[in-house]
Ligand binder design. Structure first.
Ligand SMILES: [Fe+2]
Ligand SMILES: [Fe+2]
Length: 279
């Protein structure tokens, strides 16, 4: 299902949306800067092999297109205000330009790996929902969480296509390594550079320690799943979904293209207990 969510862009200041944890905001902004380069790349990789008869695959492409469209809009103010963001944007374009020279099979394997990393990012984010997003501007946080929630929803689509293309399957090991270096490396370096250039609060060593701690805790989430994904009988559908995001997505209203803000969602529904457990 494609959700073209209408966000209140007047309420979103992408340069300073996380008031309590600007270091978290810097890492998330690095991810955002990469999306308008990474997601068109993975869409093209899937489209190359797509025969147009799979509705779920078409919906996947539409969801990813909606994601990078929203991130492009989010990034506009960021790149206008920050030279570091502009440099990172150029690096992202260059990296995916280079990856575009690889074979279509490698690109498809990369796309499957990208989806695993995206799923793990969602799982990690939900494990600390209130800790990570509680002090943030709720509209901006909703943008990131909507994207992550849809990554959970469509986690197996690219894997299924890759399983039908033996040359892509064979390249998965290398692709997942490259995907980790590109995605996690860019997020780590980009987040550090954006935070370092963000002003006085970057002088607080506690914030840097927190950044390192998040990196370690994310590694504990992503690495075991990457290891699992190397097995021949692995399928993303075997991964247990974090519960809150899926129930929140059900609050999308297609008549108005709106979804309840993340901090107002599910509190009166049976998902409330899951929400609290995730906090
Ligand atoms: Fe996406
Ligand atoms: Fe995705």
């Amino acid at each position: 299902m494609v959700r073209r969510v209408r966000f209140d862009w007047d309420a979103v200041d992408s340069t300073a949306w996380h008031h309590e944890l600007p270091e978290f905001g810097a890492g998330a902004n690095a991810v955002s800067l990469l999306m308008p380069h990474a997601e068109p790349f993975v869409i093209d990789a899937v489209r190359y092999f797509d025969d147009g008869t799979h509705e779920d695959r078409t919906a996947w492409m539409d969801q990813e297109a909606a994601h990078h469209g929203v991130h492009a809009r989010f990034n506009r103010r960021l790149t206008a205000a920050s030279r570091t963001a502009r440099v990172l944007d150029r690096i992202g374009r260059w990296m995916f330009g280079r990856l575009g020279r690889r074979s279509p099979e490698f690109a498809l394997a990369f796309a499957a790996a990208f989806e695993i990393v995206a799923f793990c990012s969602a799982r990690w984010a939900e494990s600390g929902l209130r800790r990570f997003f509680g002090g943030a501007d709720p509209e901006a946080a909703t943008i990131f969480l909507w994207h992550l929630a849809e990554e959970i929803e469509h986690k197996g689509i690219v894997h299924d296509l890759m399983a039908d293309i033996p040359d892509a399957r064979r390249q998965y090991r290398v692709a997942v390594f490259v995907a980790c270096v590109v995605l996690l490396g860019f997020t780590a370096v980009g987040g550090v550079l954006l935070f370092a250039s963000s002003g006085r609060r970057a002088l607080n060593p506690l914030r840097w320690a927190r950044l390192v701690g998040w990196g370690v805790s994310f590694a504990f989430v992503v690495l075991p799943v990457i290891g699992q994904s190397l097995g021949n009988d692995f399928h993303p559908d075997d991964l247990v979904d974090p519960p809150w995001m899926a129930s929140w997505l059900r609050e999308f209203d297609p008549a108005t293209n709106t979804i309840s803000r993340w901090d107002q969602a599910g509190l009166a529904s049976p998902s409330a207990s899951a929400f609290d457990a995730a906090a």
